[in-house]
Design a protein around this ligand. Structure first.
Ligand SMILES: Nc1ncnc2c1ncn2[C@@H]1O[C@H](COP(=O)(O)OP(=O)(O)OP(=O)(O)O)[C@@H](O)[C@H]1O
Ligand SMILES: [Mg+2]
Length: 259
């Protein structure tokens, strides 16, 4: 790595730390120092710089979400349009948990050796999953680019406010029907299971719901695909039931989806 590179990555690190401090879009979390160091490691900073050099993004404007595993930034693309930039933490401690969602998916050959490589593969997997879903006509954030642990995608909502998730919004019969139809289309048309589906990973956006957070999704040929499918269905049935909506049991959903 050259001296110029180091300067660039230091500058980006400073910028992101400033955004972090300004805290404009930070909704939850934590000035947890360890987390900050992980997010702002040098290779991540260089990857952000490279995305800017490639013109995949023009800049990062602020933090929208700071979870244990990833941060999501509001960014701007070269045309000045809002984009969502998801940066996975490279040393997230739970990378082993991800292995089961990579092994068994025939798109990905040998399992990576380290946590960093696993996270890079996870990022690529989320990109590919979004592509597959989109091509099957399912509403997801359009994937624009990825590099290392960074994913750039369509921004869902009115910046700087992301669209509310089902957990934050009013939902009714329409969303219930949409959910059943979408899980079915994901399985039958895209050949995918979301595998981390819940009310926290569906936006209630203008023009209808949008499925997101697709890193864990696997092909329906994965040995545990049906198990994941059933868990997804269970989570959604339970959510709608809490809201007093529904009727169909998990097994009935499964029959409809698998038929
Ligand atoms: N495409 C997008 N457009 C707008 N906002 C987004 C987008 N993707 C993610 N976000 C914001 O970031 C939040 C977390 O995104 P996501 O679920 O993909 O990450 P995560 O790793 O599961 O994080 P968490 O652990 O906080 O759930 C979302 O609830 C939303 O507020
Ligand atoms: Mg999520």
């Amino acid at each position: 790595m050259g001296v110029a590179d180091e300067d660039e990555s230091d500058k980006m690190r400073e910028r992101l730390l400033r955004l972090e401090r300004e805290n404009r879009y930070l909704r939850r979390d934590s000035d947890d120092k360890k987390v900050l160091e992980e997010v702002f490691d040098r290779s991540t900073m260089l990857a952000v710089e490279e995305l800017i050099a490639r013109k995949d993004i023009r800049e990062l404007r602020g933090v929208m979400s700071a979870g244990k595993e990833a941060r999501v930034y509001l960014g701007e693309d070269r045309a000045g349009r809002a984009v969502a930039v998801k940066i996975y933490l490279t040393s997230a401690s739970d990378f082993r948990k991800r292995m089961g969602y990579i092994a068994g998916d025939r798109r990905f050959g040998k399992l990576p050796a380290g946590s960093r490589e696993t996270i890079y593969l996870w990022t690529r997997k989320e990109f590919k999953n979004l592509q597959l879903a989109q091509r099957a006509g399912i509403r997801v954030p359009a994937p624009f680019a990825f590099l290392k642990n960074i994913l750039v995608m369509e921004y869902i909502g009115n910046p700087p406010e992301p669209a509310p998730t089902f957990s934050e919004a009013e939902v009714g019969e329409e969303e219930y029907t949409w959910t059943l139809r979408t899980i079915r289309a994901l399985w039958n048309d895209a050949g995918l299971v979301h595998a981390d589906l819940s009310e926290f990973n569906v936006f209630r956006a203008e023009g209808g719901p949008v499925l997101f957070d697709m890193g864990s999704a696997v092909l329906s040929s994965h040995p545990q695909a049906q198990e994941f499918l059933k868990r997804d269905v269970y989570n959604m049935v339970r959510f709608f039931r809490k809201r007093g909506i529904g009727g169909k049991e998990v097994d009935e959903w499964m029959k409809v989806i698998l038929s």
